[in-house]
Ligand binder design. Structure first.
Ligand code: BGC
Length: 451
């Protein structure tokens, strides 16, 4: 079955299953028409916000990252704690997506809640996520579900995670449970968020650790994982963000394929894709060969996996200058965002152009955004990013949706709560959500389906 058939069949099934409310689901029920009028996006284009369980739900206590963030020393500036309390405020978050005027929501479900101990699946947690997805459906919001957004169960880490030969099967078993329990409601899915993330960090000169030092994941990882192993009383502890890509990538590619098969074998007929984190890599002073090397090392295997899936999700925020010797710091005149990445809204258009040259499957932008305290700067970034994206589409890139990172100001990994990528502010003393002007701005564009 091809991608468009899958979407058509899914929407028919959904309508039959749940009545007229679902007929109103905007989703890409049919392939969007190409070559829409200037400034307009194709009919059926998905406009969404993205989020992740561990960054927003709070108290993800059975996860590997909970262990790591509660160690001393920890690579994370502060613990995720209650995060945005989205685990309990799920309805509010869906209502916010709707209030903004978006028609899609990308979020992750937490493996460590669904399978808190190896082989023990929690019916209550499966029901919880089913309710979350159903809430999207009821609100006319297309649910885009990620099965693993960096965090895994603590037991999985304690047995060596992706270093163990049966890890892909364990992940596929979880995917199978999800598929059977809520597959009929899922709109689209990916097994992994940015499975190439550790490789991306390796090539990023500006990533900083909690202490402000450049991130050197390879040398940081061994002592951290040793400490975590001691904390949980295991011989071996391995967590994706600190894993060795040489081992993790092949295992996760197999896990992706097995999970995709499991998701497709269930009651839902939704597309399953692969997400790749991609930078706008620009060669300077003859750095073309280095750019090619980076693309080969960091993206190629996952782009191939996406090519064998139903769609590619691209995630990109900025550009990287690459000379013949490797990545360079941004130039003196560069402007920086709060996360110290170069302010470069045009990046996503270039990223999509590159992605479209590599795969034949439809593309979604599953993350793009900016950390800033200046919301007017976020509005300008959104305008620049969407103009670049639209140009790439006019040149022929088959892009079916744009998901902004992120819905809520949330827990940003090593940076803790210090970064502000959200379209919505969260008061952490009472979890009160307040929509920012940038959220309304993106929503207006979404409702118009045009820039
Ligand atoms: C990740 C998000 C993260 C965002 C901003 C992406 O790489 O998927 O979880 O918060 O970038 O750093």
């Amino acid at each position: 079955m091809d991608f468009d058939d899958a979407l058509d069949r899914r929407s028919i099934l959904m309508s039959m299953a749940a009545g007229s409310a679902l007929l109103a689901t905007p989703a890409a029920a049919a392939a969007p028409a190409r070559g829409a009028a200037k400034g307009s996006f194709p009919k059926g284009f998905l406009w969404g916000a993205s989020s992740a369980g561990h960054q927003t739900e709070g108290n993800n206590v059975s996860s590997d990252l909970w262990v790591v963030e509660n160690m001393k020393p920890s690579p994370f500036r502060e613990r995720s704690g209650d995060a945005c309390d989205s685990y309990h405020r799920w309805d509010e978050d869906v209502a916010l997506v709707k209030a903004l005027g978006l028609n899609a929501y990308r979020f992750s479900i937490e493996w460590s809640r669904i399978e808190p101990e190896e082989g023990h699946f929690s019916l209550a947690e499966l029901d919880h996520y089913r309710r979350c997805i159903a809430a999207c459906r009821d609100a006319g919001i297309f649910p885009n579900v990620t099965l693993n957004h960096f965090s895994s169960p603590r037991w999985f880490a304690a047995r060596g995670a992706w270093n163990k030969p049966d890890a892909p099967e364990l992940f596929a078993r979880y995917a199978d449970r999800v598929s059977k329990h809520m597959g009929d409601l899922i709109g689209m899915a990916v097994p992994f968020n940015e499975p190439n993330a550790p490789l991306v960090v390796k090539w990023s000169p500006d990533m900083q650790s909690a202490t402000g030092q450049p991130m050197d994941i390879a040398s940081m990882s061994a002592p951290l994982m040793k400490l975590a192993a001691k904390k949980v009383g295991s011989d071996e502890f391995s967590s994706f963000l600190f894993s060795d890509p040489k081992v993790a990538v092949p295992a996760m590619i197999r896990a992706h394929e097995l999970a995709m098969a499991a998701l497709k074998a269930g009651p839902g007929k939704f597309p399953v894709g692969a997400i790749v984190s991609i930078g706008d890599d620009q060669a300077v002073d003859g750095g073309e060969a280095k750019v090619a090397q980076k693309r080969q090392e960091v993206y190629a295997q996952w782009l191939e996996a996406a090519g064998r899936s139903d769609f590619l999700g691209v995630q990109g925020y900025t550009r990287y200058l690459i000379g013949p010797e490797g990545p360079r710091k941004a130039g003196k005149d560069a402007q920086f965002t709060k996360s110290k990445w170069e302010y470069y809204p045009a990046a996503i258009g270039n990223i999509v152009r590159y992605a479209a040259s590599q795969v034949k499957v439809p593309i979604y932008v599953t993350e793009n955004g900016i950390s800033t305290d200046d919301d007017a700067q976020r509005i300008a970034y959104i305008n620049g990013a969407l103009a670049g994206l639209k140009n790439a589409m006019d040149e022929g890139a088959d892009v079916r949706g744009y998901f902004h990172w992120t819905l809520l100001d949330n827990w940003e990994w090593n940076e803790g709560f210090h970064q502000r990528f959200g379209l919505v502010d969260v008061d952490r003393t009472n979890f009160k959500r307040t929509i920012k002007p940038s959220g309304r701005h993106l929503g207006t564009i979404a409702k118009r389906n045009a820039i």
